[in-house]
Design a protein around this ligand. Structure first.
Ligand code: DER
Length: 239
């Protein structure tokens, strides 16, 4: 099975948790995309009725619109029944790294407002603990003096050999790479650690104390269910 086929299997399994009348958090990324497609299909077939979607990105908003999924937002629905979203890393405690697709702020807001948050991954996302993979730990920062904020983030994790890099996007304006801009008009500084960052809650709090930081990609104690699709089948783990 290809990675995308595994993602689709996990996504479709998660959609089995969706009941008519639910207000749903709609995730962002290639795995969540399959879940949103499936919800649209079941609505079209009349197997699901009266669901409302709250998207976690402009991209998911567009996808849901194209599928005819009725949409709303957190202002109108401050409490949601269920969110379904992917993740970049999942550890044994169901802590997540998210945001390598750049949507972490709206994802964290929506998923933090849900009674249940179902994470859907293929087995390649499983890690022994988050922050140890050496891959990007995204931090959304305001564009104002982002270098100042990036330096303070780097200094926070000096003893983990932290490297802080501004995320850029492919478009070039007179050959100069441009910063990636989030749906909220902010930048993303990706942190790369050479060593384990230790207590995640302490790391999270220290990042959020920096005034120029908006949010980071550690989703601690938020997931209520993790669905993992692997070569040997699908496993469902509950908190
Ligand atoms: O950016 C995000 O948070 C995405 O949900 C990401 O974590 C998972 O994206 P994928 O399903 O394309 O791997």
């Amino acid at each position: 099975l290809t990675q995308d086929e595994l993602k689709k299997i996990a996504a479709y399994k998660a959609v089995e948790f969706v009941e008519s009348g639910m207000v749903l958090g709609l995730g962002t990324g290639s795995t969540a995309c399959h879940a949103v497609d499936r919800i649209g299909e079941l609505l079209r077939q009349g197997k699901l009725k009266n669901v409302i979607g709250v998207p976690t990105s402009k991209k998911t908003h567009e996808q849901a619109l194209s599928l005819g999924i009725p949409l709303s937002d957190l202002d109108s629905h401050p409490v949601l029944d269920l969110a379904i979203d992917g993740a970049d890393e999942v550890d044994t405690e169901m802590n997540l790294v998210k945001g390598r697709g750049g949507s972490l702020l709206r994802e964290k807001m929506v998923e933090g407002a849900c009674k249940k948050f179902v994470v859907i991954v293929d087995e390649s996302k499983l890690v022994p603990y988050i922050g140890g993979s050496g891959l990007a730990m995204p931090v959304e920062v305001v564009p104002f003096c982002w270098k100042f904020t990036a330096k303070r983030l780097k200094d926070l994790f000096e003893d983990c050999g932290c490297v802080a890099k501004l995320r850029t996007c492919c478009e070039k304006i007179n050959k100069k790479e441009q910063p990636f801009v989030t749906d909220n008009g902010n930048y993303i500084v990706d942190l790369y650690f050479k060593k384990d960052i230790g207590d995640l809650k302490i790391a999270s709090d220290s990042i959020l104390r920096l005034a120029g930081v908006v949010e980071h990609g550690m989703f601690l104690d938020m997931a209520t269910t993790v669905i993992v699709a692997g070569e040997l089948g699908v496993t469902i783990k509950n908190k």
